[in-house]
Design a protein around this ligand. Structure first.
Ligand code: GTP
Length: 305
């Protein structure tokens, strides 16, 4: 993990109408894996779309559900989630299709931005399709509605000016560590899958009351020298007796769970891993809202650390 005093890292909320070119932009910025990642169903509120890393900073792009599809009937919840996300991120990246005249969809988004003090970077996309006059017109339209903290006209598809975007975002990020190894585009789906695999092994090896009382949280995925991925994971149970069963005599049960899970995870990731399993008791976690939230069973912002 790179951690220098001048390094910056933080969250960018990606917004824009459907078809504005958000995925294309992320693909150009971050790499081809992003599209695959965004296909995976995820339950987290703030889905990580991709992670951009360079020498100066790391930008974690978050999805903003509820803002992308203004035509859909939105529950109050979705609107709240969207607003909340916009407030919580360090910077908002608003992607616009400059090849279409701004209409009701953009007005909806502009409205959502009202009353939010987060800096907004305006991306006028698809400049390969339009004349300079049209670009100027679109630019004026947006500038008459709000004050962007930065603006760039680019073509996500052709890559024109795309390199100008990260510096605009980075200047709004706080100092912080590199949360993810540079080659890792996102680890959310991987973490969830690994947690499920561990849980599956527990179900296989234990019986009765234990399986239902178990929650598994993969705390991190860190690259260690030699290409080994260090994966600390916590198994939560409700009672001391369950903890005893899971650990087993002389730690045998936990070891067995670890071996079985590790084999499958290595096959899945194609990487050597060091699985560091711990068992913790969280009394009656299933009944406690706070505990549930902590375990990721409810909406709530979780920094990826
Ligand atoms: N000509 C041109 N086409 C682009 C550009 N960027 C994106 N597109 C095209 O616009 C369409 C929509 O792009 P996406 O990246 O899927 O848009 P999106 O905002 O992610 O759309 P949703 O997933 O519906 O929210 C695709 O056909 C892209 O190829 C660009 O810079 N120039």
């Amino acid at each position: 993990m790179l951690e220098t005093p001048s390094y910056r890292s933080g969250f960018a909320g990606l917004i824009g109408r459907p078809n504005a070119g958000k995925s294309t932009l992320l693909n150009t910025l971050v790499g081809r894996k992003v599209a695959i990642i965004s296909d995976k169903p995820q339950t987290t509120r703030n889905k990580i779309l991709g992670v951009y890393t360079d020498e100066q900073a790391q930008i974690i792009f978050l999805d903003t559900p509820g803002i992308h599809k203004p035509r859909h009937r939105l529950g109050e919840y979705m609107v709240q989630v969207a607003q909340q996300t916009l407030k919580e991120v360090d910077v908002v990246v608003y992607v616009v299709d400059a090849a279409v005249e701004p209409g009701a969809g953009e007005e909806y988004i502009l409205n959502s931005l009202k009353g939010i003090s987060t800096p907004v970077i305006l991306v006028l996309n698809k400049i390969d399709l339009i004349s300079e006059e049209q670009l100027l017109r679109v630019q004026q339209f947006f500038q008459s509605r709000f004050e962007p903290a930065g603006m760039v006209a680019l073509s996500a598809l052709q890559g024109t000016n795309v390199e100008q975007l990260p510096p605009l975002i980075i200047q709004h990020l706080p100092p912080g560590p590199q949360y993810y190894p540079p080659e890792q585009i996102t680890d959310q789906p991987a973490r969830l899958i690994i947690a499920e695999l561990i849980r599956e092994k527990i179900l296989l090896l234990t019986e009765e009351e234990v399986p239902h009382a178990v929650a598994v949280v993969v705390e991190d995925m860190l690259e260690r020298p030699g290409g080994i991925l260090y994966v600390p994971a916590t198994i939560y149970v409700e009672r001391d007796s369950q903890k005893g069963i899971l650990i087993g005599k002389g730690g045998r049960m936990l070891k067995e769970i670890g071996i079985l899970a590790r084999q499958e995870i290595e096959a899945l990731l194609g990487n050597k891993i060091y699985l560091d399993l711990r068992v913790r008791v969280k009394k009656d976690w299933r009944r406690q809202e706070g505990a549930l939230r902590q375990l990721g069973y409810e909406v709530g912002r979780r920094r990826p650390v």
